[in-house]
Design a protein around this ligand. Structure first.
Ligand SMILES: Nc1ncnc2c1ncn2[C@@H]1O[C@H](COP(=O)(O)OP(=O)(O)OP(=O)(O)O)[C@@H](O)[C@H]1O
Length: 407
């Protein structure tokens, strides 16, 4: 880890975490994906934002994990055939007819959301990375074999319903904020939040070139690796990455993001086909809740970017860096979904019951009938064209307009 030599303490008293200027609720909303995506969709990965209905939110908040029947999702980027072909699948009972008696299909309560998810997965090539307004269900990845790669609505629901991070988005997003009553004395409440499911096209991310950047007073003040392993090439590329990030910030975020203090994540892959390109991955609140990785919040709080000649510190993990082992293992406190924790608390019998229930959930359900109702506007298509030019992988994909997925 680099030394903190470029961190310049303020002339005044050293600030501690107790001096943290808590964000406003509006700042939290501004850092939500559905909000910033409206402005920055041209500089982030391809995604779909699915507005969530009350019925779907109720499903997420309800105890227990009941999944809808498996729904076939046919990728539109099936490169073998180049066409979007759809096949009907049989019901679990094999009778090839709709089952009216399936009272257990939770998707019946939120058909628009379910249909939009099916359509989005298909449009995004068959696999997606899900998140809610602020968080991805990373703590639940083990439910899918240690990945967040989803290829069906059930994969998405399983992750969302197993994740404490998602519960946090739904119930605690405005914790640790300061009140911001508007001119009429009204205060933003969680019930005012327009919750959305973000489905990003799945990318095999090269985690060594992901960086978290801290912005204070509209200046990048600190940058850290996100993947806390040592990579030789980062040491040599430090100046180039710093320049790319500074240029990206100046061009896209400095004057347009509504908050003066925030944290943004970027991904800077270099491929044989393209020059290094900076992609916006996420925007996070300037809040103690945002993980500072190789920094401590107290260090960031004490940086004074107004000092002439100020240069942000770019921290990367050095070879055999003993300090690097001190960084906490992310999500270690959140490895198990609520149902598993609850079942474990009830002892062996309870775990056995959980296992049986789980088997029932996974195996016992059949097909569903949902129509693909994709209605992109022209802007969407333009942006995607741009995305596709960069994402050479999507070349040669043919779309079918009226793809129906039926069960
Ligand atoms: N489209 C994608 N496909 C595959 N992996 C992705 C994709 N987008 C992001 N990731 C991986 O997931 C990680 C976390 O993504 P993201 O920052 O959006 O989640 P988050 O919940 O907001 O994380 P944090 O709480 O650390 O801010 C990224 O660092 C990246 O490695």
């Amino acid at each position: 880890m680099a030394t903190a030599s470029t961190i310049l303490p303020c002339a005044h008293e050293e600030k501690t975490i107790r001096d943290f200027p808590l964000p406003t609720r509006q700042a939290i909303v501004n850092c939500g994906y559905p909000e910033w995506y409206k402005k920055y969709r041209g500089i982030t990965g391809k995604a779909r934002v699915v507005p969530l209905t009350t019925e779907f939110l109720d499903y997420l908040k309800a105890d227990g994990i009941i999944l809808p029947p498996d729904t076939p999702v046919v990728s539109i980027s099936d490169r073998d055939s180049g066409v979007f072909s759809v096949t009907n699948t049989e019901d679990s009972d094999g009778d090839d007819e709709d089952d009216d008696d399936d009272g257990e299909n939770p998707a019946q309560n939120f058909p628009e959301v379910h249909g939009a998810i099916i359509a989005a997965i298909a449009e995004l090539g068959g696999s997606v990375y899900p998140k809610l307004n602020w968080s991805a269900p990373k703590d639940a990845a083990f439910m899918l074999g240690n990945t967040l790669k989803c290829s069906s609505p059930s994969d998405v629901y399983l992750l969302l319903k197993s994740s404490n991070f998602i519960t946090h988005d739904l119930e605690h997003a405005f914790d640790e904020t300061v009140d911001t009553p508007d001119e009429n004395g009204k205060l933003l409440k969680l019930s005012d939040v327009e919750y959305a499911l973000v489905l990003r096209k799945w990318v095999d991310v090269i985690t060594s070139v992901e960086f978290r950047c801290f912005v204070k007073q509209r200046k990048v003040v600190a940058i850290t690796q996100r993947d806390l392993n040592h990579y030789d090439f980062l040491e040599n590329g430090r100046e180039e990455f710093l320049a790319l990030i500074q240029e990206f910030f100046a061009r896209h975020l400095e004057k347009t993001f509504p908050e003066a203090d925030f944290v943004f994540d970027v991904y800077i892959p270099k491929t044989l086909l393209t020059e290094s390109r900076v992609w916006l991955v996420d925007i996070n609140p300037y809040s103690p809740k945002t993980d500072t990785l190789t920094f401590a919040w107290q260090e960031i709080l004490n940086i004074d970017p107004s000092i002439p000649g100020f240069k942000p510190e770019f921290r990367i993990i050095k070879k055999n860096d003993p300090e690097a082992y001190g960084f906490s293992q992310p999500y270690s406190a959140h490895k198990l979904p609520r149902e598993v924790v609850d079942a474990a608390a009830g002892g062996a019998e309870s775990m056995l019951q959980f296992k049986n229930d789980w088997k029932h959930i996974v195996e016992g359900l059949g097909g569903t009938g949902i129509n693909d109702s994709s209605d992109e506007d022209e802007n969407d298509k333009d942006e995607e064209k741009k995305d596709d030019e960069v994402e050479k992988k999507d070349d040669g994909v043919e779309k079918k307009d009226d793809g129906k997925v039926t069960g």
